[in-house]
Design a protein around this ligand. Structure first.
Ligand SMILES: *[C@@H]1O[C@H](CO)[C@@H](O)[C@H](O)[C@H]1NC(C)=O
Ligand SMILES: *[C@@H]1O[C@H](CO)[C@@H](O)[C@H](O)[C@H]1NC(C)=O
Ligand SMILES: *[C@@H]1O[C@H](CO)[C@@H](O)[C@H](O)[C@H]1NC(C)=O
Ligand SMILES: *[C@@H]1O[C@H](CO)[C@@H](O)[C@H](O)[C@H]1NC(C)=O
Ligand SMILES: *[C@@H]1O[C@H](CO)[C@@H](O)[C@H](O)[C@H]1NC(C)=O
Ligand SMILES: *[C@@H]1O[C@H](CO)[C@@H](O)[C@H](O)[C@H]1NC(C)=O
Ligand SMILES: *[C@@H]1O[C@H](CO)[C@@H](O)[C@H](O)[C@H]1NC(C)=O
Ligand SMILES: CC(=O)N[C@H]1CO[C@H](CO)[C@@H](O)[C@@H]1O
Length: 419
C-alpha cells in the first residue's frame, strides 16, 4: 500500500511537472505554429531523459526587471546519483530589462542616429527605404547601405540620391556553402565591426534595418530607445528570446562591449537559434544592459485611413500570395513606449527570392503608392494624420510574446481594434 502510494505520488508529481513545462512553453513562446512548439517540447522532455522529477524552487522571481533564472523542475538522472541536475536553459527565460533610474533622468544626452540598411540587389526597394528614412528620421547623422554582393549601377544611383554611403560584401568573402541566415548574419556583423564603434563612441545610436523594413512615422534615437541601451524586435520563432536580426537599435552605452555583440545563428542544447541567436549570449552575459522588445501587430485588412492607404496594395498582395498562415499580412513593429510614435512596416520577404520569386511588380507598386501618397516628394504630409494612424495601430491587438499564438488566432483576430 505504502509503495503504491509513493509511486502514485511520483506519477502525480511527474504529471504536474509536465503540465508546468507545457504551460511554460505555451506562455513563453512567441511563435505562430503550435506544432513546432509541441515537437520541441517533446524533444526537450526526451532529451532530459526524465527518470525522476522533483519540483524544486518553483519560483518566478523577476525583480526590478533584472533577469533571474526561473527553476521549474529539476531533473535528476537516477542512474547516476552524482550527476548534476539539468535545468531549463536561461535563454528561454530572458525578460525585458528597464533602464537604470539614473539614465531615465538624464535629459542632457544629445540625440543622434546612424542607420545601417541591408540589401541584396533590389534597388527599387532600397530607394523606397532610404527615401522614407531620410524623410522620417529626425536626428539622422549617417546612412549606410550594405549590399550582399557587388552593388549594381542602379544601387549606386539610389545610394547617391539619398546621400547614403554604400559598402558591398563581396561573394568571395562568404564561404562556399554558407546558408542565407549565415550570410545575412555575416554581413550585419561585418557592418557592426567596421562601422559601429566610431558612431557609438560619439554618442550616436545605430539602427540596423533589414532592407524590407521602413518607417511610417517620424522617429529618432531617443524615442526609439527611451533610455534603454538596446531595443529590438524579439525573434518571432519558438522559444526565441533574442533579437531578430532585421531590427536592432544599439545605444551608445554599448560602446565598451560592442565587440562581443554578435548576430550569428547558434544552437543551445540541441535547439537551433536563427540569425540573431547569439544576441542571447550577449544579453545573458551583460545583465547590466537594459533592453526592450518592439511591439508587433499584423495588417490583415486594407484601410485608407491608415497612413493614407499607402500600404494597402501590399496588404492585398500578401493576402493573395502567401499561404503560410503565419504570414497572412505585413508586420508592423511599433514602439512600446507611449511617448514614441515610431511605427515600422515589414514588407515580408521583399529583399530576397527565398520565399517568393517574381516580386518586381510588388516592389514597384508599393514604391509608387508611397510616392503618390502624402509621403511623396511633391506632397505635404500632415502630422495629425500620422498620429491618428499611429493611435489606430496602438489600439490593435498585438502579437503577444507569450500565450495563444495559433495561426488561427494570429491570422483572424490580431487585426481587430481593441475598444
Ligand atoms: C509538425 O512538425 C514536424 C516537425 O517540424 C513536421 O514533421 C510535421 O509534418 C508537422 N505536422 C503538421 C501537421 O504540420
Ligand atoms: C529521443 O531520445 C533518443 C535518445 O537520446 C533519440 O535517439 C531519439 O531520436 C529522440 N527522439 C526524438 C523524437 O527526439
Ligand atoms: C544518465 O546517466 C547515464 C548513465 O551514467 C548517462 O549515460 C546519461 O548520459 C545520463 N543522462 C543525462 C541526461 O545526464
Ligand atoms: C548625463 O549625460 C551626460 C552626457 O552623456 C553626461 O556627461 C552626464 O554625466 C550624465 N549625467 C548623469 C547624472 O548621469
Ligand atoms: C556593463 O558592465 C560591463 C562590465 O561588466 C561594462 O563594461 C559595460 O560598460 C556595462 N554596460 C552598460 C550598458 O552599463
Ligand atoms: C500608456 O498608454 C496606455 C493607454 O493609453 C495606458 O494604459 C498606460 O498606462 C500608459 N503607460 C504609461 C507608462 O504612461
Ligand atoms: C487559441 O485561439 C483560437 C482562436 O481564437 C481558439 O480557437 C483556441 O481555442 C485558442 N486556444 C487556446 C489554447 O486558448
Ligand atoms: C524544495 C527545495 O528543493 N528547495 C530548495 C530551494 O533552493 C534552496 C537553495 O538553493 C535549497 O536550500 C532548498 O532546499
Amino acid at each position: 500500500m505504502k509503495t503504491s502510494n509513493s509511486i502514485f505520488n511520483k506519477i502525480v508529481i511527474l504529471l504536474m511537472c509536465i503540465i508546468l513545462i507545457f504551460y511554460y512553453v505555451l506562455l513563453q513562446t512567441n511563435h505562430y505554429e503550435l506544432n513546432i512548439s509541441l515537437t520541441k517540447f517533446y524533444q526537450i522532455l526526451n532529451k532530459t531523459q526524465i527518470l525522476k522529477i522533483s519540483i524544486a524552487n518553483f519560483t518566478s522571481t523577476t525583480t526590478n526587471g533584472k533577469y533571474t533564472a526561473t527553476k521549474y523542475c529539476t531533473y535528476t538522472n537516477t542512474t547516476t546519483t552524482t550527476g548534476l541536475p539539468t535545468t531549463l536553459d536561461p535563454a528561454f527565460l530572458l525578460v525585458e530589462r528597464p533602464p537604470r533610474p539614473s539614465s531615465t533622468k538624464n535629459k542632457t544626452i544629445s540625440s543622434s542616429l546612424a542607420v545601417f540598411v541591408f540589401h541584396t540587389k533590389h534597388h527599387m526597394l532600397a530607394n523606397l527605404q532610404l527615401y522614407l528614412i531620410r524623410l522620417l528620421a529626425t536626428d539622422l547623422v549617417a546612412l549606410y547601405l550594405f549590399t550582399d554582393g557587388k552593388a549594381s549601377k542602379d544601387m549606386h544611383k539610389v545610394a547617391k540620391e539619398h546621400d547614403a554611403e554604400i559598402f558591398s560584401f563581396l561573394p568571395e568573402e562568404h564561404s562556399a556553402k554558407t546558408g542565407p541566415s549565415d550570410k545575412n548574419a555575416k554581413i550585419v556583423n561585418w557592418a557592426i565591426s567596421t562601422k559601429a564603434k566610431r558612431h557609438l563612441s560619439e554618442g550616436t545610436a545605430i539602427l540596423l534595418l533589414d532592407g524590407d523594413i521602413f518607417p511610417l512615422s517620424p522617429f529618432d534615437s531617443q524615442t526609439l530607445l527611451n533610455s534603454r541601451d538596446l531595443m529590438c524586435r524579439k525573434h518571432p520563432a519558438l522559444f526565441s528570446r533574442f533579437c531578430w536580426i532585421g531590427f536592432i537599435c544599439l545605444g551608445p552605452q554599448l560602446f565598451s562591449t560592442i565587440d562581443e555583440f554578435d548576430v550569428s545563428p547558434t544552437g543551445r542544447q540541441g535547439i537551433g537559434f536563427d540569425s540573431g541567436g547569439k544576441t542571447i549570449d550577449y544579453l545573458l552575459k551583460y545583465e547590466n544592459i537594459s533592453f526592450s522588445w518592439m511591439k508587433e501587430t499584423i495588417l490583415l485588412n486594407t484601410d485608407k485611413d491608415l497612413f493614407w492607404g499607402a500600404v494597402d496594395e501590399d496588404i492585398r498582395w500578401i493576402g493573395s500570395h502567401f499561404n503560410r498562415c503565419d504570414k497572412c499580412g505585413p508586420e508592423i513593429f511599433f514602439s512600446p513606449f507611449n511617448s514614441s510614435n515610431a511605427v515600422f512596416y515589414h514588407m515580408i520577404s521583399a529583399t530576397s527570392e527565398w520565399r517568393f520569386g517574381r516580386q518586381s511588380s510588388r516592389r514597384k507598386s508599393i514604391n509608387e503608392a508611397v510616392m503618390r501618397s502624402p509621403y511623396g516628394p511633391d506632397q505635404i504630409f500632415i502630422i495629425a494624420d500620422v498620429i491618428a494612424s499611429v493611435n489606430k495601430i496602438r489600439r490593435m491587438k498585438t502579437i503577444p510574446f507569450s500565450g495563444n499564438l495559433t495561426c488561427q488566432r494570429v491570422c483572424t483576430e490580431i487585426n481587430d481594434i481593441l475598444e
